[in-house]
Write a protein that binds this ligand. Structure first.
Ligand code: ADP
Length: 272
């Protein structure tokens, strides 16, 4: 399902001394079935943007369109978007609350009106989808490893049958193996289930490895967008401005400081 964001601005606590413009005039399009990444430094507006896409934060102006559902400042609620967009927040395992894995996953299924005997079958199908062995279904989710707990949380969101899956820093706190396994799962869900996946990340290496499209936010504005190769190339244009090396280095330091992301391209490792 396609997502189109038009001239989107978000303001927190408007008309108070704490007023904060978190997003300014964002325009972007995420194609259906795409694996997109949203990157940028802390405070650049990533969480605000994804919560608007999921119908959880109301735009101050502009709009978000998911499929044929539109959410704007005057909309009654974002509920129409929430039906299509599943959002897995950072450390989703903190949101697990049932005493067994099966019950946690069944919560979302029951919301969709699924009852026994289909419920049990669907719980096991969801567990299979996220790579959890069926025999764990009656165990407490709190005795699992960090990576497995996260799978339970993802299964709970998939149970709501979203067309778009948004993951906010999904590998935060996982070890190398957990991280690799989680990306394998995301790739699988994207390829085999045809889900549109939106990954929020700090890590440009993950962007380069997995994303088809990338959007880089800076100070609430869309700074760069395109395929990972295009975005990395946009940085390299600085090199072609025929600046002296010290000037380039200063520029690079400034960009790196603003974006706070390690980039795998040579321009970002230039030495004076
Ligand atoms: P990111 O996810 O990239 O770290 P956020 O979307 O969380 O960025 O934040 C964007 C800006 O909005 C930041 O300056 C942040 O301090 C501010 N902000 C975020 N949430 C709130 C809120 N609930 N109230 C006020 N300001 C907020």
């Amino acid at each position: 399902m396609e997502i189109v964001v038009k001239d989107l601005s978000v303001v927190y606590m408007p008309d108070t001394p704490y007023e904060k413009q978190a997003l300014s005039h964002i325009d972007l399009r995420i194609e259906s079935g795409c694996f997109a990444a949203i990157a940028g430094a802390t405070g650049s507006g990533k969480s605000t943007l994804i919560q608007c896409m999921a119908g959880l934060i109301r735009p101050a102006s502009g709009q978000v369109q998911v499929g044929d559902k539109i959410f704007h400042a005057g909309s009654k609620s974002g509920a129409a978007l929430r039906k299509h967009v599943g959002i897995v927040f950072q450390y989703p395992e903190h949101q697990l609350f049932e005493e067994t894995i099966a019950k946690d996953i069944a919560f979302g299924l029951k919301n969709r009106g699924i009852t026994e005997p289909k419920l049990d079958r669907e719980v096991h199908r969801m567990m299979d989808l996220v790579g959890l062995p069926g025999e764990l279904s009656d165990r407490s989710p709190f005795h699992l490893s960090g990576g497995q707990m996260r799978r339970v949380a993802i299964a709970g969101i998939l149970a709501l049958k979203p067309d778009v899956l948004i993951m906010d820093e999904p590998t935060a706190g996982l070890d190398r193996q957990g991280k690799q396994e989680l990306f394998r799962l995301l790739k699988d869900l994207h390829e085999k289930q045809g889900l549109t996946v939106i990954l929020v990340t700090h890590d440009m290496n993950d962007v380069a490895k997995y994303a088809d499209q990338v959007f880089v936010l800076s100070g609430g504005k869309l700074a760069l967008s395109g395929t990972p190769a295009e975005v990395f190339e946009q940085y390299q244009i600085w090199q072609e401005l025929s600046l002296e090396l010290p000037q380039v280095s200063q520029l690079v330091a400034k960009i790196n400081e603003q974006l706070d992301v390690p980039l795998p391209y040579s321009i970002f490792t230039l030495e004076e």
